[in-house]
Design a binder for this molecule. Structure first.
Ligand code: SAM
Length: 299
């Protein structure tokens, strides 16, 4: 029987149907699953966290390559399936949990160090999961993830393209992203409508700094990127003038915020009439450095 047939039979046997709300498109080709695991560069000493175990298509080859696999799965039906079948290798520990609610420090303790993650990610959680990775970047060394092609393109996007936005800038500021392979809909059951792409994200653990070595705060970078892209058709002067500040930052009113925005843009060597989509990562970093220094000086 083909792996496709096996997938359908396993689901039928347990009266399970692929659940749309959990983005269940199961991999049906053993060789593809093995190739994805190879793309993750898994070593025999690694403890790997797999997000969304599903029927175990990736889990099996992963368990052969890694020392241990910690599988996180949200669907209780899938958890029961593996309990009944007892089909997962001994070095796999299954956790019934929503990865978006997982405490990465706890996972790190279980893994004995920073995480290597592997996932065939449901579309519905791609964005929040990527932001969770960014937030927990200190706890993660590598994430090899399969995404809808358009989501992967957004993460790897370059300035002045329509795909370029908040996730592109923030992820590229703290990680190197590599496209590993493209998968056609026929690799899954049920078949998605569009192609999927496997990317490898390697997080950098050196302190944040600009190309000329000036340290910067990720917090400011994040605020500036979000504020400007929130209205991507507006100029950076317009959007930055409306940036909100906390009481401690001492920017009292709109006039002061506008003045700060004007000064920061000049300090960063940029033109006020630019739109965020033409700014490269280094431009955003210089803006973050300028805004932070002006706030610290009390403008
Ligand atoms: C696209 S399927 C992939 C399944 C399997 N890894 C494969 O490649 O065939 C996504 C899996 O993630 C699970 N999932 C969805 N949302 C999740 C979440 N928030 N936390 C953990 N698992 C989740 C789904 O139930 C499903 O098993």
């Amino acid at each position: 029987m083909t792996r496709y047939g096996q997938t359908r039979q396993s689901l039928d046997k347990h009266s399970l149907a692929p659940k749309k709300r959990f983005g269940q498109n199961f991999l049906v080709n053993k060789h593809t699953a093995e190739a994805i695991v190879r793309a993750g560069g898994v070593d025999k000493d690694d403890v790997v966290v797999e997000v969304g175990v599903g029927l175990g298509a990736l889990t099996q080859p992963l368990a052969e390559q890694a020392r241990k696999v910690i599988g996180v799965e949200i669907d209780s039906g899938i958890i029961r399936f593996h309990e009944d079948e007892n089909d997962l290798p001994e070095n796999v520990t299954l956790i019934h949990q929503d990865i978006l609610k997982a405490d990465f420090r706890e996972l790190m303790e279980q893994c004995g160090g920073p995480l290597k993650i592997m996932a065939n990610l449901p579309y519905s959680i791609s964005n929040p999961f990527i932001f969770k990775l960014i937030e927990n970047r200190i706890a993660v060394t590598r994430a090899t993830i399969m995404l809808q092609k358009e989501v992967a393109e957004r993460l790897m996007a370059r300035p002045a393209t329509k795909e370029y936005g908040v996730p592109s800038v923030l992820l590229q500021s703290c990680a190197t992203i590599r496209k590993m392979m493209t998968l056609k809909p026929a690799e899954f059951h049920p078949r998605p409508k569009i192609d999927s792409v496997v990317i490898r994200i390697d997080f950098s653990h050196t302190p944040f700094q600009s190309a000329d070595g000036t340290p910067f705060s990720f917090k400011y970078l994040q605020r500036i990127v979000r504020t400007t892209f929130n209205q991507r058709r507006k100029t950076i002067l317009n959007t930055l003038s409306g940036m909100s500040f906390s009481n401690e930052e001492g920017i009292a009113d709109k006039a002061q915020a506008k003045q700060l925005a004007e000064q920061a843009i000049i300090l960063a060597g940029l033109t006020p009439s630019l739109r965020p989509e033409v700014l490269c990562l280094e431009d955003f970093i210089r803006l973050a450095i300028a805004v932070e220094s002006l706030v610290l000086q009390g403008t």
